[in-house]
Design a protein around this ligand. Structure first.
Ligand code: PEP
Ligand code: MN
Length: 473
């Protein structure tokens, strides 16, 4: 029997090269770049086709309103932050957040971390001024260094990115299969440092209710150690599904990890069907700066089987959005595309209703996710890049309301947050406000992000309770 290869006309893993590539990185040593890319192309995949297909299926459940998507993590990971403490704190926060959502919304949560590969950053300008020096902008640890004397793009960093992703993923898989995610131990997810009594109480109440429910299930013979189905999403009490993602910005790297593999039998539609999988992450998204219809990124994304995200900001024209969907999802497959809106609290009202309407009229089955972070960045009076909790909540609540007014539904949230603590157990101070009422004067205390400001542990739980209460009521 002959094998069925890529059904995407005119597409190959390198066809993006014939198109203009926004945010392209110029390397001075092309020989070194090819050597590194050849090496990466021989290294094992980081994730597998069956995991990717499982996520695709679970996202189709989100699209049908049977689950909710949580996409969260750092704006950018750094090689230095690849430590046990940081990875555990990040996973702990994602698990705590999703537990609060499950409890309120009574829906399974699909968890996708911005993790194990989120190294590259798009930049508004190629150069930046630091003191009296004009240097190349920092483009993320897989391109150049934050240190101003280390700004020349070095291909070797792509290889280091691969190995840091592999290490992160290995630790992640280890944590998730050793009981860390067990619903019997939610107190292990590092809530001990939370100082706000009301926040702590709210979380403790959920944990107590949950423990009761688990005891009850055990008593009536539904052992909580066994898995139970939440509409198809695997949700054992001891183990959870967890997926990785990053912005698919560095196309050479993405190409090197794109592999033609058999499509798992459970989902294949033809005998011996094969497909191209990006095996660097389960989910990849196209950023707001690289989503040009005729550009290299859209060309690359249209040919991979992974579920994908597209950032949708105020500059997206309605007809452009539909053309994009037609290109990346011509067969209108549910679960394939997630639209991540990021207009800004003051603009969401002007753009979201129209975008929802045209997508509905086109018949494209998308998931709508709200990213209330990227349209709400400002500079504090002390010169730090920050975001105000109030504005983040404002965009999020507007999104929820607009979707329901347009007979649509918000399918998830995309957040930049971190559970990182310093040695004394204090959270980072990068976003203003929240129940801890973080002030401008406090921003400088533990500002650790080298990219966008993240919600800290307490502020993230505030957001989780807000969404959870909304769906509960
Ligand atoms: C991001 O998600 O970190 C990002 C850069 O977003 P956007 O492309 O929406 O600006
Ligand atoms: Mn960001």
């Amino acid at each position: 029997m002959s094998s069925t290869s890529s059904p995407t006309p005119g597409w190959t893993p390198s066809s993006w090269k014939s198109k203009p590539v926004a945010q392209d990185v110029e390397y001075s040593d092309s020989g070194k770049l090819s050597k590194v890319l050849s090496k990466i192309a021989t290294l094992p995949p980081l994730v597998t086709p069956s995991e990717i297909e499982r996520l695709r299926y679970q996202l189709s459940q989100v699209q049908r309103n049977e689950a909710f998507l949580l996409h969260a993590g750092d704006c950018a990971e750094s090689f230095d932050a690849c430590t046990n403490e940081n990875i555990s704190a990040k996973i702990g926060l994602i698990l705590s957040f999703s537990l609060i959502l499950i409890w309120g919304a009574r829906l399974p949560i699909v968890r996708i971390g911005r993790i194990a590969g989120q190294y590259a950053k798009p930049r508004s300008s190629k150069m930046e001024k630091i003191g009296d020096r004009e240097v190349l902008s920092f483009r993320g640890d897989n391109v150049n260094g934050l240190d101003i004397d280390d700004r020349t793009p070095d291909p070797e960093r792509l290889l280091r990115a691969y190995f840091h992703s592999a290490t992160t993923l290995n630790h992640l898989r280890g944590l998730l299969t050793s009981g860390f995610a067990s619903l019997h131990q939610p107190r292990d997810w590092s809530l001990s440092h939370v100082r706000s009594p009301s926040l702590k109480n709210e979380f403790e109440n959920i944990v107590e209710d949950l423990t009761d429910a688990l005891d009850f299930s055990r008593t009536i013979g539904q052992d909580a150690g066994a898995s139970f189905e939440h509409g198809g999403a695997r949700s054992t009490v001891g183990e959870v599904d967890f997926y990785t993602s990053h912005e698919g910005l560095m196309l050479e790297y993405e190409q090197a990890l794109t592999r033609e593999c058999p499509v798992p039998k459970s989902v294949s539609t033809a005998p011996n069907q094969k497909g191209y999988y990006n095996t660097s992450a389960h989910f990849l998204w196209i950023g707001d700066r690289t989503r040009q219809i005729d550009g290299g990124h859209v060309e690359y994304f249209r040919g991979i089987r992974n579920p994908i995200g597209i950032k949708v900001g105020p500059s997206m024209k309605s007809d452009e959005l539909i053309r994009l969907l037609d290109i990346v999802n011509p067969d209108k497959i549910s679960g394939r595309v997630t639209l991540i809106s990021r207009y800004g609290a003051g603009k969401v009202e002007n753009y979201l209703p129209d975008h929802i309407k045209v997508v509905k009229a086109s018949g494209h089955p998308v998931i709508w996710v709200c990213d209330p972070m990227h349209g709400n960045t400002l500079t504090s009076s002390t010169g730090l890049k920050t975001r105000h909790f109030r504005t983040i909540i404002s965009e999020l609540t507007s999104c929820i309301r607009i979707h329901s007014e347009c007979d649509s539904r918000l399918g998830g949230v995309s957040l930049e947050f971190t559970g990182e603590l310093n040695d004394e157990g204090f959270s980072v101070t990068e976003c203003l406000g929240g129940s801890m009422e973080l002030s401008e004067e406090q921003l400088g205390l533990r500002y650790q992000s080298f990219c966008d400001p993240r919600l800290n542990f307490e502020q993230s739980l505030d957001v989780a309770f807000l969404i959870s209460n909304h769906y509960k009521n």
